[in-house]
Design a protein around this ligand. Sequence first.
Ligand code: F6R
Length: 359
Amino acid sequence: AKDGYKHFMLKEIMEQPKVLRDCLVGRLQDDRVCLPELDGLPVPGSIRIIACGTSYNAGLWSQYYLEQFAEIPVIVEIASEFRYRKPILKADELIVVISQSGETADTLGALRLCKEKGYPVVGICNVLGSSVAREASACLYTQAGPEISVASTKAMLSQMVLLLLLALYYGQRKNADCSHAKKLRAGILNELKALPEILEGALPVMRDKAKKFAYQYAYAKSFFYLGRGTAYSLALEGALKLKELSYIHAEGYATGEIKHGPIALIDPDFPTFALAFDDDNFNKVCSGILEIKSRQGNVIALLQEGTELENNDLWYIPQTKLPEFLALPAMQLFSYEMADYLGKDVDQPRNLAKSVTVE
Ligand code: F6R
């Protein structure tokens, strides 16, 4: 049931505070992360994350946190590319496959290939008893609940929670006694624990803002999505959501890359959705935005409260050290409102299926 919402997608976006809470149930003990599913596996020397689509974007996002907190090198791969190369895996590598449905053919193919080579594979899945969940050496279930709308929304958020927990978990196992690392982990855990309430408070305002910007920018034939650091993978995801739902051409780019070619596209009819989080990248991201504006590009800039930028269309989200968990729903709502306004079939976009069981 849609619980009174017009579409499943909207319902699933609005459920995300609950998803955040559910994902943490049983996973925290004081300042420690519990992933008992992995206790029997050794701490890997490196991690290779393999997935498709939105799940790939979640994997790419986690690279920053795994490297920061677990200090483990990470490679993130598209499943359909990985499985048809002759990949060279390191001896102490851990494979992590991410799949909401657990039935995506390419992801499952990659899992089988790695298992045949004798590697442990951890699955991050939402559907209980799915093929990935059954065949993986260990499975971390995301607690997103059934996702009906074809476009992945709350599933990605739940994957991000699990991946962040994974980074903290390996950090714990590697740096158990380092008080500085312990403090950093406790700090980010506190941010994570505070998120459900922050998101709950922010969602109604976000929806209004999303609607306003969707109407204002519905003229666009193309959109850039830009982000740097942890916002980069979110920019890819924002672009994916806009194209799959509203059929508006959208490209996600690393902010630092636009001057290497893409900025040639900018003109008054080619708008940009820029993510400018309050982190070490903020000033660089702002100068990227100014470059676009000086070429007459229109920009929606998503900022955190307490920061400033000279721009007409500002979208403020609350202050937190994990702004990704707020920016993601904001972009989901923007795509949702755009698709609905343009009269598209939100829950069943053309040419798409919920799980892609063919190669
Ligand atoms: C986009 C979307 C897809 C899936 C992809 C992988 O909104 O839903 O890109 O993320 O098909 O699906 P799973 O995670 O089920 O393997």
